[in-house]
Design a protein around this ligand. Structure first.
Ligand SMILES: *Cc1c(COP(=O)(O)O)cnc(C)c1O
Length: 338
């Protein structure tokens, strides 16, 4: 048995999802004529009570487009130092948008309004202009931590007072919403733009959606084109996203619960130094010497369990759609046998 816990991006479309893709009605989306893409965009916009949305190849692209549309060169983006836009997007904020970045050392990837207030820059010729705040929910490098609406509201209010835009990197937003019971409409009220990945826990093969008001999305479409993200018969991919929204949202709770079980097992193990609090479908833990991420991952791999190194002595496990109950039990057995 191979249990792939490297990422929730490794899922393959189910037979039913493939059927939905095969049956998709398609057209040329660069001309706005793919009915399935149009349906996905309209549905995502209305879920968040926003005016419009744009379908893109990746979450990196939706984030990069959002940064580009919200900012001007010489502005800066403010985010936690664990943020995907800083850690894992190849420094794109600088090359795509010509902006700087102002990092906050939050807690498990989450910042507070007080921390934000302390770093917003005054306007002087010699300072970058603080223009955009990006929150990540759930936060990957933060171990799948999430914000509640209560925690976001003071940040929203401060952004409003200081004239900053607020973008949500919601690659795994639904993993948070199945925990909090909060709604997409409530989330939509708090952000100027929202990025959602269909290719993570939701299990679609490709695709992310950027959501915002009409003028924002009109500009986003131009930026998507210049980045090479204008796709033609993309309805085959959008159909997978629509299928995922219908069938793969509620089950994310199962992934979260399984990750929590793995976390509880790891807490008990002698070789584990610390486990970051497991809040959703991500488990990040530090190993004690003589273990390194490398030799530990080799040990796991020999027993059919694949995971990702997240530092010299740090390992990440992610649960997802293609991990069954039997696979979780096997993983627990392996973890307990080391
Ligand atoms: C995966 C991810 C993205 C986007 O990644 P792509 O691989 O480009 O789709 C953005 N933000 C977070 C937090 C992610 O985990």
């Amino acid at each position: 048995m191979i249990v792939n816990l490297m990422s929730d991006t490794v899922t393959k479309p189910t037979a039913e999802m493939l059927q939905a893709m095969l049956q998709a009605e398609v057209g040329d989306d660069v001309f706005g004529e793919d009915p399935t893409v149009n349906r996905l965009e309209a549905r995502m916009a209305s879920m968040f009570r926003k005016e419009a949305a744009v379908f893109c190849p990746s979450g990196t692209m939706t984030n990069q487009i959002a940064i580009r549309v919200h900012t001007q060169p010489l502005d800066e983006v403010i985010c936690d130092h664990y943020s995907h836009i800083y850690q894992y997007e190849t420094g794109g904020y600088a090359s795509n948008s010509g902006v700087g970045i102002n990092l906050i050392q939050g807690t498990n990837g989450k910042i507070t309004a007080e921390q934000l207030q302390a770093v917003i820059k005054p306007v002087f010729d010699w300072l970058p202009i603080s223009r955009l705040v990006v929150l990540e929910n759930t936060c990957n490098k933060g171990g799948g931590s999430y914000y509640t609406l209560e925690e976001i509201r003071p940040i929203r209010e401060l952004c409003r007072q200081r004239g900053l835009a607020l973008h949500l990197d919601g690659a795994r937003l639904f993993n948070a919403l199945v925990e909090t019971g909060e709604s997409t409409q409530q989330v939509g009220e708090l952000f100027d733009s929202i990025s959602i990945c269909l290719s993570k826990g939701l299990g679609a093969p490709v695709g992310s959606v950027l959501i915002g008001d009409g003028e924002f999305i009109r500009r986003a479409r131009r930026v998507r084109k210049v980045m090479g993200g204008g796709m033609r018969q993309a309805g085959y991919l959008a159909a997978a996203g629509l299928y995922a929204l219908d069938h793969h949202v509620a089950r994310l709770k199962l992934d979260n619960d399984r990750a929590k079980r793995l976390g509880e097992v790891l807490e008990e193990m002698d070789y584990v130094e610390t486990v970051r609090p497991v809040r959703s479908n991500i488990v990040i833990f530090d190993l004690k010497s003589p273990f390194t991420a490398e030799n530990f991952l080799n040990t796991l791999k020999n027993r059919g369990v694949l995971a990702l190194p997240f530092g010299p002595q740090t390992v990440r496990l992610i649960t997802h759609l293609d991990v069954s109950e039997v696979m979780i039990e096997h993983t627990i057995e392996v973890l307990q046998s080391i």
